[in-house]
Design a binder for this molecule. Sequence first.
Ligand code: SF4
Length: 801
Amino acid sequence: MSIVGASVAATALAKTEAASNKAKITDFGLSKTQWSDKLQEIPTLCEMCVNKCAAIARVEDGVLTKLNPNPLFPKSRNMLCARGNAGIQALEDPDRLKYPLIRVGERGEGKFKRVTWDEANEYIKDKMVKIIDEEKDNRSTIGFCAGEGMAEHTYKSFMADKIGSSNFVNHGSICLATTIAGYTLTLGGYGQADLENAEYVIMAGANRAEAIVTPDTMDVFKRTKGRGTKLIVVDPRFTNTASHADKWLPIEVGTDLAFVLALTYVVVSEERYNKRFCSENLSDFEEYKKHIISNNYTPEWAQAITGIKADDIRETARDFMAHAPRAIYYQGRRTAWSLQDYQLRRAQAIFSAMGGGIDKKGGIIFGKKLPLGSHDINSPSYDNAKERIEKSKAASIGTSGSWIAWRNTIIDGTAPYPIRAFFAYKQNPMLSIPNTTKTKQMLEKMELVVVIDTMPSDTVMMADVVLPESLYLEREDPVKSFGGTEPSIALRKPVVEARYDTKPVIEIMRGLGEKLTKPLFEISKKYDESLQEEIEERGEKAVFKEDGYDLAEGYRHSQKTINHHMVSSIYGEEAWKTLREKGVFYPDMDKFFKKISTNEYEYYPEHKKNYSVIQGDLIQEPYHDTCIDIEEIAVLVKKFRTATKKIACALYNFEKRKGVDAMPKWRDELYTPTPVGKFKFITGRHGQFTQSGSANNALLLDLLPENYLWINKRVAEAKGIKFGDNVAVKSKIGEIQIKAYPTEKIGPNVVFFIHGFGAESSELTLAHHRGANDNMIIEDIYETTFGSAAMHETVVELRRV
Ligand code: SF4
């Protein structure tokens, strides 16, 4: 294997900017640091997971020596978790991608040669010109994917708006797409759980104590166990979250919908709902009540399905309503758990609304978002670019696609036209999408695979061209507005100069744009009749310039210049100065921000917090801050919600047009039982490990060296499996081997291990063949409303090896 490497010493960021931070960061009465010319403290944002906590980088003599939390950011409130601290190791990782590379061996063999950026772009251009010409200017023949990130939009707008492909898949369909869609169609928005003020929280399938340790996670745990919040955890595993709860309700995998329907039955039959709120704000509520009662969704019915005692269901429903509106059924994390997930999220949303806790302190809140100036991209319209290929594979597939359906459509030959090239940015589908074997098959079919990343992931190993991105600590990303009760704007800017021959995405797009503009325009001229007419009417020069055919246009300014415009055009130069110096800005920050005690801060006075923001009708397009495009949500709401502005108990339009049940309904045929002697496989995350992205981080591996298979202790004993024994786990699509962790913390018919391990890439010195890859065994099953991966539908068998 031969990725060529060389070491380049870190140098400090331009001193001018760093010097301007000097002393300023202490302006709000924060603790002072010894300043010297060689020591700088530079605010930035973490990218070790999606949360984007604010950090202050301590840079000594050009070397990043520490990442500290930035107390000024309301979202992260002076917290930086273990992963955030380990960002320093990500910067120093010797395995990082350092130079543009072109494959020289067989695909997947991992043999590359070092090239210049121009050579890499030239290679991409030659392949793309051939493919797009042969496809007669159908730009959608180029597929592309992205993981979540602040520059995702920069990349997506280049690929979708400038290049013109409709075939985008992002992490939405392996993340929150179905949950967000279910909540949005029901409430008009997804909202946030106000864990800081809730008195009663039902947390199902979300392992916040381990998976994401952020201030709002801490909010809930500070107040559980008789200290103000009652926490009920519903999970097949006794997680760390369950250990902090007042009650743990172990549930059969994939039966959450039955649990919520039974909670609803109790509340309806005992008339415990908030009558005034429901009559004013819920549409078709009478029909919904009838639906729940007539289907006999009793606690006894649910007990037989979920395994949760009927009395516990009754008590939970009563307690929830007794604390409402300060009661939350936590919306949930990650992807669809089961085939019935869309209706589960609808049922959860309606149940929460029955207590009145919508747009209210301690319930589901929407908050506000500070506007930013715009940076528009002038996009050409291509006559021959076709609609995405998997559109018909679920009831509603939006612009972020269904990863599994999209990939499978390519490999099973049912796509209406071929996808011949594939670009990946900040996503590692070889490890992140269920059924790794199929992802490999898809990549093998491509004539061109381009991967933009920071680490030599398994997907990088399948690339023809590798474009190395600068690490988050080395680059400026698009400025971001963070909504909520205490909205603010925060900035990720470089704390050290970019090492090696790496670039931020905006510069990568600029280089590709410069290279592709002319040849791709020539292809459009050949096949695009509308373009031909326009040229005849207005002349080629005018059309090219005015209609957006210059692909690099919009990417020529530096990110800093664009950010400056986006902030100063709305809030003025002082705001921009504050943001650069402190990393955070919101109006009146200098007046509002206060240090309360050792590690407690006030960001907004209580009366200025945006708990209830909706005036008049309940649904008034509250802001969204999720992985799903805001425009996509607007389309969804327009298409399928009824004209009512109320919380929708029934979605008759969706039923009529797409055959999706108007009201949440349990369907036996969509439940996968676990055969005797076999197990449901479930997966999840860990607070010291961010999917495969941190798999090679030495500091984090020190805390969590590999993943283990959780197996019920008594079952393990019966099978002669002891702690550390190697176990083969086999599903319909593959087999992995992993060490066993027999425990009482999991039921007898379920097994679990953490996602993100098991990399094949030999370029990842530490991650290579460490632990097991869950997506080798998770079947490619997706729920058919929005096409999200149903990751908890896989049945496996075990044997000791
Ligand atoms: S939760 Fe941790 S890893 Fe995620 S952004 Fe915050 S500090 Fe970084």
